[in-house]
Structures are given as C-alpha cells and as structure tokens.
Ligand binder design. Sequence first.
Ligand SMILES: [Fe+2]
Length: 197
Amino acid sequence: MERDEALTLVRRYVASPSHITQVAPAVQPLRPFGPTRSFATAAIMKRVAEHLDEDAGTWEVIGLLHDIDYDLVEGDMERHGIEGYRILIENGVPEEIAGIVRRHNHLLTSGYGRPVEIALQAADSASGLLIACALVKGGAIDAVTPRTMKKKFKEKSFAAGCERHRIRLIESLMDMDTFYRLPIDGLMEVRGDIGFA
Ligand SMILES: [Fe+2]
C-alpha cells in the first residue's frame, strides 16, 4: 500500500485537522492518540525502519493508519484498534497491515514481539514526548536534542500522559540513545504537516 492511498483513507475517516493546536499543551497529559500523532508516528516509523533495514514504506503506512478510528471511537479505548481494523479490511487494506493496527492498542493487547509492533508502540509514545518537548522549546523541533529527550523521558511529571514503558520496548531492537535521534529526524521531515514551522 502506498503512502498516498493511506493518506486518502486517513482523510476520509479522520476529520479532525492535523494541527498542532489540537494537541494538549505540554504541561497537560497528551491525548493518547490523534491525527497529529499519526503523522508524527508515521515519520518515526519510517526512520526506525530505515535504521533497522526494514520496509520503511510499509512501516510509514502503518503509522499513518494506526489511529484511523480516531473520530469513530471518540476516545473509547475498548473499541480503539478493533474499529480501525474493520475500517481497513472494508477498504481492502491487507490483513498484514490491518492486523497490526488492531493489535496496537496496548490496553487490549500485550506481548509485542515483532519489530514492527514494538516500533509502533515506541514511535506512538515517542511522538507525544517529542511534541511536548518541542512545545516547551517554542515549537521548534530542531531545538530538541536526543539529550533533551533523554532528560524529559526521565522526568515523569513532564508530559505525564506519555507512557514511557511503551518507548522502552524499543530497547529490544536498539539502545535508547540510538533511538532518541530517530523521532527528531522523523518529525523534522513532516514538521509542516503537523503544524510546526
Ligand atoms: Fe492508538
């Protein structure tokens, strides 16, 4: 599946504008999911895949699609992922991708072992942490360094809604210091799409 096809689907099902102002301020717990986060998560998935020599195009598409039921479930985490799976299957998206979307809701699924699923957990949560870091830096992604990420990761009261344990899963694939660079590079690439200058 191509990125453009995934974007068309996301725009059909997710009406909320993918603008940074839709994300809660850094001092508040970040929303658990949403369209801005989908763009950011996709960009991080692509970077992680490239780093691991995996299929970057498919991983990016999975990042884009993973919260496609955002508007439909209206925050109901009991349905999140399940409805996304249904939407994707109805639209002819391969089981391989749709199944990963279904399983990504960590409140309903556990035991992620596949690199793509581990990366999705880490990318999804890291996107929230990085966006929060950027907001306190005046909205500049490139003002955030891996060192900033590391520091704020440890500061549990910062972006308290960011589930650090999901980011930490990436340690089975790479060390944390290596990982911290990837979200920053990823978001720099899509900063216009998510409302950053
Ligand atoms: Fe989600």
